[in-house]
Design a protein around this ligand. Sequence first.
Ligand code: SAM
Length: 286
Amino acid sequence: MAFNRGPIPKQAAAFLAGKAKVTTYVSTGEKVTSQFAAHNLSLVPAIKPGSIIHDNASGSGTVTRLILASNPPADITIHATDIDQPFLDVLSADAAQHNWPVHVTSQKCEKTDFADAFFDYDFMNIGIIFASGAGLDGAREVYRTLKPGGFAVVNCWKRIGWMFPIMTVHKKFRGDAPFPAPPINWTDGQHLRKIMIETGFPEEKLKLESQDVVIELDEASGEYREWVEKSWAYLAGIGGWKPEDEEKWDEEVDMLAAVLKQAPTTKVEGGKVVLPASQWVAIAEK
Ligand SMILES: C[S@@+](CC[C@H](N)C(=O)[O-])C[C@H]1O[C@@H](n2cnc3c(N)ncnc32)[C@H](O)[C@@H]1O
């Protein structure tokens, strides 16, 4: 999925240039992915001493940071990999500053330089949907690099409460231009299960679960409007930026804030806008 086709508006560029992209992601999408990751870490046996762990498609280390905050054995090693350099740079800098046992490298999830049977755990938190071969190439690499007896935790979106409102604003301001959906429908979890089994994970050692989460955004302080604007900056480029997007930026963001607030799945409680999202997670033992 191409994230930024067309002329990027200056307002979006300010949120996406270099390190700003990382802070924009951390204050939007990661509010959800970190909840998924925290839950998913509780679905596998406690991390054993000496474990070698893959934070696969790590972003700036959502999974890594949660593992390190969980008081794991001191002798674990985490390998964090991704292809987006600003994210890797932020994680590398934090790892160096805090002396974390974390190695950060730029590697495609479909073909890494790790040996066969290298990892005890592979956490791929909202990464598989970006892997080639409709996720299969990423899943194969997870299987190849995992030790027998090791655990893979691979998840995908089930529902994102704000995608339909984003498409509504896209349609209003950009007419009939298509808003590309992922080529595969991941929403019922069956594709995730299928590719994990196709790579070789035994069916009887694979569990598929779903989890619903919410994010709560305060309206009066401007937190909700800011989240909407950053999410528009991060995601609206999927539909292809048009020159008019820069000129009509505030109108677009205002409309997204209004449409999202009125969406049937959104709740407004105690001055907070409450947005739902959910995941399918496969927990597989090799
Ligand atoms: C939704 S973010 C998830 C980041 C992080 N795991 C988290 O939980 O917040 C998806 C990540 O996948 C990375 N990515 C996309 N395609 C990839 C590929 N082919 N190989 C490795 N990483 C990839 C992106 O750069 C991005 O950081």
